[in-house]
Write a protein that binds this ligand. Structure first.
Ligand code: GRF
Length: 197
């Protein structure tokens, strides 16, 4: 079976991206062909280069429309021949048109147990709500924010004395396990949800 051509979109540190790239050995059903950043200062760029994956930076230019920027993102994906996209700390909401083009071929990781806490500041909100469990979710990207079909979840305990930062660190460790596990399944055409631990 031919391997899926994977692009990973980042805006920041890229620790999930690195976990995904490291998981894709020669027997993997996906082959990383591009890391695409919308920020020239993203820490993940150096990590991707160190892992030997081509990098493109497509920042939104001052005054550029969202459609214009997305057209250049799409052009970079086309140039790399990508047919599967993982969003990994990509901090832009993509337009319905862009999402429709990638429907069924674009995943995202979100640091909460969706449908709880979509959007930002998930860990502070979990603590404020008194949640006993937190975690992360990998889902298909659809036009509704953080609401596409769930492909995997990992649960972590909330501990007494947790701050948003300590909880985020515990969840991030599980993100690095969950996202590669889901990618491996999804790239083989298996949408059965992954449950961790
Ligand atoms: C992760 O917590 C991810 O769930 C969220 O943004 C963070 C990105 O971290 N969407 P990194 O860039 O993968 O290190």
């Amino acid at each position: 079976m031919s391997r899926r051509r994977l692009a990973v979109l980042i805006s920041g540190t890229g620790s999930n991206m690195a976990a995904l790239l490291r998981s894709t050995g020669p027997e993997h059903p996906a082959q990383p062909v591009l890391v695409l950043s919308d920020r020239a200062d993203a820490g993940g760029i150096a990590r991707a280069r160190a892992l030997g994956v081509p990098v493109a930076v497509v920042e939104r230019r001052p005054g550029e429309s969202r459609a214009g920027h997305e057209a250049r993102l799409q052009a970079a994906l086309d140039a790399a021949g990508a047919d599967l996209v993982c969003l990994a700390g990509f901090m832009r909401v993509l337009s319905p048109g862009f999402v429709a083009r990638w429907q069924g071929r674009m995943l995202n990781i979100h640091p909460s147990l969706l449908p709880r806490h979509p959007g930002l500041d998930t860990h502070a909100r979990a603590l404020a709500a008194g949640d006993r469990e937190a975690g992360c979710t990998v889902h298909e990207v659809t036009a509704a924010l953080d609401a596409g079909p769930i492909l995997g979840q990992a649960v972590v305990p909330v501990r007494a004395g947790d701050t948003a930062d300590t909880l985020a660190a515990r969840v991030l460790e599980m993100e690095h396990r969950l996202y590669p596990a889901v990618l491996r399944r999804f790239a083989q055409g298996d949408r059965t949800p992954v449950r961790l631990p």
